[in-house]
Ligand binder design. Sequence first.
Ligand SMILES: NC(=O)c1ccc[n+]([C@@H]2O[C@H](COP(=O)([O-])OP(=O)(O)OC[C@H]3O[C@@H](n4cnc5c(N)ncnc54)[C@H](O)[C@@H]3O)[C@@H](O)[C@H]2O)c1
Length: 423
Amino acid sequence: MYKPKISIIGAGYVGLPLALEFGKKFQTNSIEISKKRLLLLDNKIDPGGEIKLNEFNKSKFLKFSNSFKSISDSDFIIITIPTPINGVNKPDLRGLRVCIKQISRYIKKNSIIIFESTFFPGLTDEICIPLLKKYSKLNFGKDFYVGYSPERINPGDKKKLININKLVSASHPFALRKVYTLYKQIIKAKVIKVKTIKVAETAKVFENVQRDTNIALANELSMMTKKLNINTLDVINAASTKWNFVKYVPGLVGGHCISIDPYYLTYKSKMAGFDARIINLARKINNGIVNFLIKEIKKIINKKFNSKLKILILGLSYKENVADFRNSKAVEIAKKLKSKYSNITFCDPLMNNSVAKEYDLKLKDIKSIKKKYDLVLLLVPHKIIISKIMNNIEKYTNHNSVIMDIKSSLKLSNVAKRDIWML
Ligand SMILES: NC(=O)c1ccc[n+]([C@@H]2O[C@H](COP(=O)([O-])OP(=O)(O)OC[C@H]3O[C@@H](n4cnc5c(N)ncnc54)[C@H](O)[C@@H]3O)[C@@H](O)[C@H]2O)c1
């Protein structure tokens, strides 16, 4: 009977759902170094706030710990740790190097190490495998094998891991068969074998590059149409009636995937002597949207209000309906405005006070918002913000107020009597 033993390193947005799925069927160890996270997980609480208690209860063979010892019993070791960038937008691989060192001393013969973190092309072959060989002292291709299977989970999306097509790749045909069979046990969607690890690594980053570039194009259209005095959304809606037009709306690109992964690809590309111009430009445009917005906000304030106006900022996470504030452009905008205007109310029902403190923001509870505001800045349209505030916007604004809808998310009929600005 097929009963692999699995260790999953990192119990974050990627590692936790994976561990919960494998833990329904197989003996699974979820190894997490953050004590704070571990405490919550031991109490069946998802620190990301997305996974419910019953999912933990279904995962009968899953154990959480901070000890790497269980690896010595594992057939598969799956790495899901962060792959961030440093201050100059280059891959910061320090955590990955440490992790490989930590696991290497416990790897048993014939095991397969699978990387799920987002990598640049060649990272597995050129950095991870040599480090595994060095620290484990085992023979690669004889005593241990390597696989790469990028994660495509989309935070806030109802589509679960098991319903998302999964790419798998490996260092040897034998290992590829094993990696494929492993994921087939949990994935209901397609499991697709990819020819090489490099192809799988590049495919993953390119998926996010494509999204970044398309949003940059929509952002550029928005900046252009503002100058031309044309409504951006009207243009996008009209163009969307063509069969091959793909609808992207302007918006803020933050978080830890789309705003970071492209740098992994451009870094590697540059090392190979190729300047990835479109990818770099898309990054610049999407980063530049913060200053563009600040300028537009100032224009509106100078035209309609004085500096004592009352501003309401709604939504601070990096995307809607997600309690993740890493790299959030909404936080960046909020902090810039805070340094210029004194009368600002910040509200994000998904942000708790300890996180708000980290960002030096004082939050107001959504239920205690009572005043009428001159400027309402809807940065991130969480469902709860739409239902509690935006659907009753007349209560919180007066006839002279302006509403800035950054994600083009409002049904105009609900706010028809107000002055609306859309990105
Ligand atoms: N979050 C997403 O939506 C998403 C989607 C696809 C791919 N990815 C990629 O997956 C990887 C992980 O992302 P994430 O969002 O899950 O990160 P995360 O920060 O949510 O989780 C990573 C976890 O790993 C733990 N960790 C770090 N080093 C460790 C170590 N040496 N041993 C044990 N635990 C360790 C951290 O404490 C953290 O809890 C990144 O490469 C990311 O780009 C993320």
